[in-house]
Design a protein around this ligand. Structure first.
Ligand SMILES: [Zn+2]
Length: 138
Protein backbone atom coordinates (compact mmCIF):
# COMPACT_ATOMS: atom_id res chain seq x y z
CA UNK A 1 0.00 0.00 0.00
CA UNK A 2 1.27 3.45 -0.94
CA UNK A 3 1.19 6.20 1.66
CA UNK A 4 0.48 9.81 0.86
CA UNK A 5 2.57 12.79 1.82
CA UNK A 6 2.02 16.55 1.55
CA UNK A 7 3.67 18.63 -1.18
CA UNK A 8 6.23 21.09 0.23
CA UNK A 9 5.10 23.76 -2.29
CA UNK A 10 1.32 23.50 -2.82
CA UNK A 11 0.41 21.62 0.34
CA UNK A 12 -1.74 19.08 -1.52
CA UNK A 13 -1.47 15.39 -0.67
CA UNK A 14 0.25 13.15 -3.21
CA UNK A 15 1.63 9.63 -3.50
CA UNK A 16 5.43 9.81 -3.80
CA UNK A 17 7.16 7.88 -6.55
CA UNK A 18 8.77 4.87 -4.83
CA UNK A 19 11.90 5.36 -6.96
CA UNK A 20 12.43 8.92 -5.64
CA UNK A 21 13.95 8.99 -2.17
CA UNK A 22 12.47 11.62 0.18
CA UNK A 23 10.24 13.16 -2.52
CA UNK A 24 8.92 16.45 -1.12
CA UNK A 25 7.22 17.97 -4.18
CA UNK A 26 4.27 16.68 -6.22
CA UNK A 27 4.42 16.48 -10.02
CA UNK A 28 2.49 19.72 -10.74
CA UNK A 29 4.53 21.98 -13.05
CA UNK A 30 4.47 24.88 -10.53
CA UNK A 31 5.75 22.59 -7.79
CA UNK A 32 8.48 21.13 -9.99
CA UNK A 33 9.59 24.68 -10.90
CA UNK A 34 9.67 25.54 -7.18
CA UNK A 35 11.73 22.41 -6.49
CA UNK A 36 14.20 23.31 -9.23
CA UNK A 37 14.42 26.94 -7.99
CA UNK A 38 15.18 25.70 -4.47
CA UNK A 39 17.77 23.27 -5.78
CA UNK A 40 19.48 25.99 -7.83
CA UNK A 41 19.39 28.51 -4.97
CA UNK A 42 21.07 26.00 -2.68
CA UNK A 43 23.56 24.91 -5.36
CA UNK A 44 24.56 28.54 -5.99
CA UNK A 45 25.07 29.04 -2.26
CA UNK A 46 27.26 25.98 -1.65
CA UNK A 47 29.04 25.21 -4.95
CA UNK A 48 31.59 27.80 -6.12
CA UNK A 49 32.21 25.90 -9.40
CA UNK A 50 28.51 25.89 -10.23
CA UNK A 51 28.28 29.59 -9.30
CA UNK A 52 31.23 30.45 -11.55
CA UNK A 53 29.77 28.39 -14.40
CA UNK A 54 26.37 30.08 -14.09
CA UNK A 55 28.03 33.50 -14.03
CA UNK A 56 29.96 32.66 -17.21
CA UNK A 57 26.77 31.44 -18.91
CA UNK A 58 25.06 34.72 -17.98
CA UNK A 59 28.00 36.70 -19.40
CA UNK A 60 27.88 34.69 -22.64
CA UNK A 61 24.12 35.23 -22.89
CA UNK A 62 24.52 39.00 -22.34
CA UNK A 63 27.22 39.11 -25.01
CA UNK A 64 24.84 37.41 -27.48
CA UNK A 65 21.86 39.60 -26.49
CA UNK A 66 23.15 43.17 -26.14
CA UNK A 67 20.52 45.71 -25.11
CA UNK A 68 18.02 43.07 -23.98
CA UNK A 69 17.48 44.60 -20.55
CA UNK A 70 17.45 48.17 -21.87
CA UNK A 71 14.63 47.20 -24.23
CA UNK A 72 12.84 45.27 -21.47
CA UNK A 73 12.92 48.34 -19.21
CA UNK A 74 11.59 50.53 -22.05
CA UNK A 75 8.78 48.05 -22.78
CA UNK A 76 7.89 47.47 -19.09
CA UNK A 77 8.34 50.83 -17.29
CA UNK A 78 6.29 49.75 -14.27
CA UNK A 79 8.39 46.63 -13.74
CA UNK A 80 11.55 48.66 -14.29
CA UNK A 81 10.52 51.19 -11.61
CA UNK A 82 9.61 48.39 -9.19
CA UNK A 83 12.89 46.55 -9.81
CA UNK A 84 14.88 49.75 -9.30
CA UNK A 85 13.14 50.32 -5.95
CA UNK A 86 13.70 46.73 -4.83
CA UNK A 87 17.37 46.97 -5.83
CA UNK A 88 17.79 50.14 -3.75
CA UNK A 89 16.32 48.27 -0.79
CA UNK A 90 18.62 45.28 -1.34
CA UNK A 91 21.61 47.62 -1.59
CA UNK A 92 20.62 49.37 1.65
CA UNK A 93 20.19 46.05 3.46
CA UNK A 94 23.59 44.92 2.27
CA UNK A 95 25.19 48.20 3.31
CA UNK A 96 23.60 49.66 6.47
CA UNK A 97 25.40 53.00 6.03
CA UNK A 98 23.12 53.62 3.04
CA UNK A 99 20.03 53.52 5.26
CA UNK A 100 20.23 57.24 5.97
CA UNK A 101 19.74 57.91 2.28
CA UNK A 102 16.70 55.63 2.27
CA UNK A 103 14.69 58.25 4.20
CA UNK A 104 14.87 60.63 1.27
CA UNK A 105 13.88 57.94 -1.18
CA UNK A 106 10.38 58.05 -2.69
CA UNK A 107 8.29 54.90 -2.95
CA UNK A 108 5.55 54.23 -5.47
CA UNK A 109 2.44 56.35 -4.78
CA UNK A 110 -0.61 54.26 -3.87
CA UNK A 111 -3.24 56.02 -5.94
CA UNK A 112 -4.52 53.10 -7.93
CA UNK A 113 -6.00 49.82 -6.76
CA UNK A 114 -3.76 46.81 -7.11
CA UNK A 115 -1.42 44.47 -5.31
CA UNK A 116 1.62 45.91 -3.53
CA UNK A 117 4.54 44.63 -1.52
CA UNK A 118 4.97 46.26 1.88
CA UNK A 119 8.70 46.19 2.60
CA UNK A 120 9.62 47.04 6.21
CA UNK A 121 12.35 49.63 6.61
CA UNK A 122 15.05 48.22 8.84
CA UNK A 123 17.11 49.88 11.56
CA UNK A 124 14.98 52.95 12.14
CA UNK A 125 15.99 54.89 15.25
CA UNK A 126 12.41 55.34 16.43
CA UNK A 127 10.90 51.94 17.12
CA UNK A 128 7.44 53.42 17.74
CA UNK A 129 6.96 54.25 14.07
CA UNK A 130 6.68 51.53 11.48
CA UNK A 131 7.91 52.59 8.07
CA UNK A 132 7.31 50.48 5.00
CA UNK A 133 8.12 50.83 1.34
CA UNK A 134 5.17 50.24 -0.98
CA UNK A 135 6.16 48.51 -4.19
CA UNK A 136 3.75 47.43 -6.95
CA UNK A 137 3.80 43.67 -7.48
CA UNK A 138 3.93 43.85 -11.29
ZN1 LIG B 1 2.61 20.48 -5.24
Amino acid sequence: MSSQTVCFHCGNPFVPNPRVKNQRYCSQPDCQRARKREWQKRKLAVDPDYRANQRQCQRDWHAKNPGYYRKYRQDHPRSARRNALLQKIRNARRNPSLNATMDAFQTAPVNEPGAYYLIPVIATMDASTQKVFIIPTD
